[in-house]
Design a protein around this ligand. Sequence first.
Ligand SMILES: NC(=O)C1=CN([C@@H]2O[C@H](COP(=O)(O)OP(=O)(O)OC[C@H]3O[C@@H](n4cnc5c(N)ncnc54)[C@H](O)[C@@H]3O)[C@@H](O)[C@H]2O)C=CC1
Ligand SMILES: Nc1nc(O)c(N)c(N[C@@H]2O[C@H](COP(=O)(O)O)[C@@H](O)[C@H]2O)n1
Length: 290
Amino acid sequence: MSVLPPALLASVLGTLPADVRPGTAPLTHLVSPDSTRPYVTLTFAQSIDAKIAGAGGKQLILSGEESMKMTHWMRTMHDGILIGIGTAMNDNPQLNVRHLPFPVQNTHFQHYHHPRPLILDPHLRLSPTCKLVINAAKSAGVAPWVISARPPKIDGFFANEDDGERLQQWEARRDVLQAAGVTVILVEPETIHPDLPPVTLNLPLPAVLRTLREKGIRSIMVEGGARVIQSFLSTASGRLVDALIVTTAPVLVGRDGIGYGDGLGQVSGTRYLTTELLGRDTVVGLKFAQ
Ligand SMILES: NC(=O)C1=CN([C@@H]2O[C@H](COP(=O)(O)OP(=O)(O)OC[C@H]3O[C@@H](n4cnc5c(N)ncnc54)[C@H](O)[C@@H]3O)[C@@H](O)[C@H]2O)C=CC1
Ligand SMILES: Nc1nc(O)c(N)c(N[C@@H]2O[C@H](COP(=O)(O)O)[C@@H](O)[C@H]2O)n1
């Protein structure tokens, strides 16, 4: 069994200094050209027909053993690992590095660097009994941070009698999550006028990234799902991705599967770096010109 990260990761992201054991620390040289945000590596696994999940969002294990291990090495290289609440609710992921070789000393969790789980969750729908929370409570995982936005209380002409109730429910869910060990981080939702509700239910990614950087997160790995991939690749938000690492598995999912391409705007500025065959999968690494 290989005890080193695949060559593709070295080509795209670089390596730790020779005197540091692989997987035990994040890559501190991963620095964004925009100092107000973390370095962003976007990564996911897809089928040949560019689907990342099955019909109805059914989670698919597309990556084979070797490329899944590559993903877990990549996790060790970043300060944070970011997903959308759709993925958190659908997959109940652990976002740890359990597929890496078992360490001779220490537990897996103590030996390897585990990235901080970061969940984009405007309405605080994360379950307080999900695996991320339970693992952290057992000291077998890093406590997640949930990024959210306080529901606006509209006082003006557009005030709605449900607004107060919505805020109360959001605050109750926040209290439950915080009591379970989750840190709730707030960003300002996008508004076009102070009296109007936010234009979108999505959190504005530049504000999310700025806030994470202010809180000491220097690099993140974005794992999905479909809507989050689309948002990060969307040129409307400006250049927010530094590296793109995509695993393609030799399977076809079909038209009912979930893709990320529908509605994706034009994506420009990619620079091809390398391709590596890992088992039956093809992994491609690109960078974005800044
Ligand atoms: N094959 C792979 O590598 C992966 C596959 N998946 C699959 O993706 C599916 C989940 O995808 P989605 O339902 O699209 O959920 P998602 O994980 O992309 O989360 C979307 C939700 O995140 C929230 N959000 C907040 N700010 C956002 C922003 N700026 N942009 C986008 N979303 C934002 C919104 O509430 C939105 O509904 C699951 O079926 C999962 O299995 C997920 C990750 C990786
Ligand atoms: N690299 C990769 N290959 C696949 O085939 C996948 N389905 C995913 N999914 C992502 O990994 C999360 C699950 O993580 P854990 O195994 O629970 O640690 C899942 O939620 C997706 O983000 N990735």
